[in-house]
Design a protein around this ligand. Sequence first.
Ligand SMILES: [Zn+2]
Ligand SMILES: [Zn+2]
Length: 270
Amino acid sequence: MKFDLHTHNERCGHATGTIEDYIQAAIDVGLTTIGISDHSPYFAREEDHAVPGTAMAKSEFDRYIEEVLRLKEKYAKRIEVLLGVESDFFPEHLEVYRRAYANYPFDYIIGSVHQIYDVSIFNRNRWKGLSDQQKTGVKRHYYEQIRDSVHAGLFQVLGHIDAMKGYYPAFADIPGAEAEIDAALQAVAEHDIAIEINTSGKTKHCGGWYPSDAILERALHFGADVTFGSDAHVPARVGDEWDLVRSRLKEIGFTRWVFYRQKQKIVVPI
Ligand SMILES: [Zn+2]
Ligand SMILES: [Zn+2]
C-alpha cells in the first residue's frame, strides 16, 4: 500500500492542476491510494468567497465533493481515490464546520491550525519584536490549539503540526513548549487519530518535513499513529519522498502507519 492523503488542486486558488491531474500523477508514481484534500472554504464568513487565493468559495464545495466522488468511480479499477478535505480549525466556529461536513461521505478530514491569534502561522513578520517569553507563549498557544483540535472530534488526521517553522526555522528551537507538544501528541494517541508526516517543508525556508524527527520520536513514545501527506500543490509533488519518509520512520522505530477509509483506520505495516 502506497498512499498520500494530502493533495490540493486549482480550486483553492494557489495550486495548479485539476483533481484528475493529481490522480494521474498518483498512478504514475505507483500510489495505490490517493486522498484529495483541498482547503476548506471559510464556512464562518458571510461572503461566499472570502479569501480567493487561499480557499474555494462556499458555493463551490458541493461541486468539489461531486467531482471527487465521480473520479473515485471512474478510477476505481486503477487506484483508490479517497474523499478528504484539509479543514481549518477555528475553535470559535467549530460547530459551523461540523455542520458543513455532516452530510458528505468523507473518508477523512485533516484538521490544520493555520492561524494563531488571527495571524497566519506562515507569516514570519509575526515574530518581529517579540521577547523570548512572548515567543514561547505563541508556541505554547499553537500546541494548545492543536491539542484542542484533537478534542474537537472532527478530524482523523492533524496537518503539519510544526508548520510554524515553515518560514521561521528558529521556531523549532524556541524552548518552553515541551509540555504542550507532549499533551497534543498524547491526545492524538488517546483519540486514535494520526499526525501526518508532511513533506512540503522542503518547499519552504525550513527545508525538511513536518514534524521534526524530535517530535516524531515523542509521537512514537506516546503511541500516536502517523500517516503520509505530500501537501502537493502541483501534481509533480504527489507522493513526494514517500520512500524516504517510510525508511526514516523505520529508523525511528515505527512499525506501522495508517490511512483512513470511511473514517476507519487502515493500518499498513512499515
Ligand atoms: Zn494550500
Ligand atoms: Zn495546511
